[in-house]
Design a protein around this ligand. Structure first.
Ligand code: ATP
Ligand code: MG
Length: 276
């Protein structure tokens, strides 16, 4: 016999790694094994939570956001903080209209306003004004919350944190190399070197690249000139890369679920708080 559904659930809830297929000769043996796993895990989780308080460390995603921000500013990119609530017009300018697949993932606040599912629209919008002042090539980036309705999985959150950097007015001939160079620096900075760059076909941008780690998409990049640019009154070259911070933490820390890196009421520092 194997662990009961309740036991299985409880062990998962407290973050225990165990063999769910394990076979027991009797109920008694199973009960003993469950109790021991539960006790050990609770002890380990408590120790980790006490250490977290003592060390005064920030939540992983916040620490990562700070470090990526300093890194990109160090490369000369200008950091912006644009609104999280955006207008329907902005989505339409990204070609996400009522008939678009991504439209179903949007959280609407009313019939004209939504929570941003991505950073691109506001980055396009603010950059246009910045380009009147700053000389190209110009690097701009934002780190902040994005929202998408997702059918639950262990790699998707409905409320996640994106970093998106864009470089406007780059050299057309070398834009692929520039993207590779920036991606390499970015990946080096976050401390992940086992990545591959794959060509993808994005619903919003057409030809894009994906940065993939262990079969999981960590970031997507795109290039301009692009057909959408006209909607934003922009003419010229660009490159952009967007990455999910919780995905990065999940991959770096070897978490089995992105929930452990997410905004949460049940976890702190990737450790379950449901220990009672
Ligand atoms: P996926 O195919 O994994 O759903 P996507 O291609 O729809 O991702 P993009 O629009 O390319 O996502 O967003 C850029 C990055 O933001 C992704 O590579 C990923 O790291 C992160 N991301 C996107 N959606 C989510 C989500 N729901 N939860 C957590 N991170 C996400
Ligand atoms: Mg993508």
């Amino acid at each position: 016999m194997q662990f009961t559904q309740n036991q299985d659930q409880r062990l998962k809830e407290i973050g225990c790694s165990f063999d769910p297929e394990q076979d027991f000769a009797s109920e008694n043996e199973r009960e003993q094994a469950f109790k021991e796993l539960e006790r050990n895990q609770i002890e380990a989780a408590r120790a980790a939570l006490l250490k977290l308080r003592e060390s005064g460390q920030a939540p992983a995603v916040n620490a990562l956001a700070e470090s990526i921000s300093a890194f990109l500013r160090g490369l000369g990119f200008v950091e912006v903080t644009t609104p999280i609530m955006i207008s329907k017009v902005f989505l339409e300018r990204m070609s996400i209209d009522d008939s678009h697949a991504l439209n179903k993932q949007v959280f609407w606040l009313d019939d004209k306003t939504c929570l941003r599912p991505m950073l691109a629209p506001t980055l396009y919008d603010i950059s246009k004004r910045m380009l009147n002042i700053y000389k190209a090539p110009l690097g701009v980036f934002e780190i902040g919350p994005c929202f998408r309705k997702e059918s639950q999985g262990n790699k998707h959150l409905e409320n996640f944190t994106m970093v998106n950097f864009v470089e406007w007015g780059i050299d057309e001939e070398t834009k692929t190399e520039r993207m590779a160079e920036l991606t390499k620096k970015f990946m080096q900075h976050i401390g992940i070197d086992n990545y591959s760059i794959e060509k993808e076909d994005s619903v919003v941008y057409g030809d894009t690249i994906d940065v993939v780690v262990d079969g999981i998409e960590l970031a997507s990049g795109a290039f301009g000139p692009h057909p959408l640019d006209v909607n934003w009154d922009y003419e010229g070259t660009w490159l952009g890369l967007g990455a999910g911070l919780e995905r990065i933490v999940m991959l770096k820390d070897g978490l089995d679920s992105i929930q452990k890196a997410a905004r949460s009421l049940g976890y702190l520092g990737g450790v379950s708080l449901k220990l009672k």
